[in-house]
Design a protein around this ligand. Structure first.
Ligand SMILES: NC(=O)c1ccc[n+]([C@@H]2O[C@H](COP(=O)([O-])OP(=O)(O)OC[C@H]3O[C@@H](n4cnc5c(N)ncnc54)[C@H](OP(=O)(O)O)[C@@H]3O)[C@@H](O)[C@H]2O)c1
Length: 292
């Protein structure tokens, strides 16, 4: 029987491989994997099972006319270079699911797809690269979506191991996630250490100051977060094990490019637009000689 749905995944790195490994199990659609470099034989290890992706990645749609769904799993700084490929993958009916960190994700494909066919997401799925062909995912993915056209259809489409939750306050939750990951990431780079190092060096007040500054920018963008958000993040921090590292810090340690424009750089550029000073952020950028 011919598959009725054509699903594409662009960016077969950590997150793209997680989705490919779980979506390939579905027989009711045809999966297409797209990546810059050619990849095949990727293994994805979940806590209870390892999946093997045998399918080889492609660099274009080739014989295919159109995709029903396109999942984009690129890093923020990959989008510019990938623009023409993204454009070629979006057909007249293609719905696009953006899976990346940051805020206002649709801006990264502005003009390439009508807004009503774009689904922004927040993803919870810490995944590490073990080698060029192997990843370790510490949990099955949880995707949060805004309540909008297409969200319910997408939710019904996903297999049980991909948990999809629609939330009313998507913008607020996106800001909360962005503030936590950018402030904790920036602090870890400053301290050059994990949660244990932050605890030992008593850097919690600095963490709180970064959060308070980021909340000022959220407020300027009409996102009002409860005053207790600082304490909520402090409490969350205390529950983390000493060895926990943020993704920003892991990228820093491995000399990989950091997604500044999705994290601290995004907050700083919004601060510049609003004319709001962020002295703690600035002190860290200056100390580390960081250009964000
Ligand atoms: N990893 C995590 O734990 C995690 C968790 C939550 C959210 N996120 C977010 O999810 C997003 C994706 O992250 P990731 O960790 O999956 O990134 P990643 O491992 O770096 O994967 C990105 C993939 O995109 C490919 N790519 C880059 N430019 C391309 C282009 N022009 N055309 C085609 N393919 C291209 C890369 O190919 P090459 O191999 O050829 O470079 C790579 O395979 C990021 O925003 C990240 O912050 C990640």
């Amino acid at each position: 029987m011919e598959s009725s749905l054509h699903i594409g995944i662009l960016g077969i790195g950590a997150i793209g491989s997680v989705f490919a490994s779980l979506l390939q199990e579905q027989k009711s659609w045809k999966l297409h994997l797209f990546n810059r470099s050619s990849k095949k034989d990727i293994h994805v290890r979940f806590p209870d099972q390892t999946y093997h992706i045998q399918q080889e990645t492609k660099k274009s749609l080739q014989e295919m006319k159109s995709l029903d769904w396109l999942f984009i799993c690129l890093k923020e700084y990959h989008y510019e270079q990938a623009k023409s490929l993204i454009q070629s993958l979006i057909g007249e009916k293609t719905r696009v699911v953006l899976i990346r960190n940051g805020l206002q994700l649709s801006k990264s494909i502005e003009g390439l797809c009508p807004q009503h066919r774009i689904l922004e997401t927040i993803i919870d799925c810490p995944t590490e690269k073990i080698s060029d062909q192997a990843y370790a995912a510490f949990q099955y993915p949880i995707l949060y979506l805004p309540e909008q056209e297409g969200s319910k259809v997408f939710q019904q489409l996903m297999p049980p191991l991909i948990s999809v939750r629609t939330i009313e306050d998507f913008d607020i939750q996106s800001w909360k996630k962005c503030i936590e990951s950018s402030c904790l990431g920036l602090l870890m780079i400053y301290v050059d250490g994990d949660c244990g190092a932050i605890r030992q060096g008593n850097f919690i007040p600095l963490y709180k100051s970064l959060i308070q500054e980021a909340m000022l920018i959220a407020a300027a963008e009409n996102i009002v977060l409860e005053a207790s958000f600082v304490e909520q993040l402090e409490e969350k921090f205390h529950a983390y094990p000493d060895e926990k590292q943020s993704s920003m810090y892991r990228d820093y340690r491995s000399n990989s490019e950091i997604e500044w424009k999705a994290k601290s750089g995004l907050i700083q550029s919004m601060a510049d637009q609003h004319g709001i000073a962020l002295p703690t952020h600035q002190m860290i950028f200056n100390t580390l000689n960081l250009e964000v």
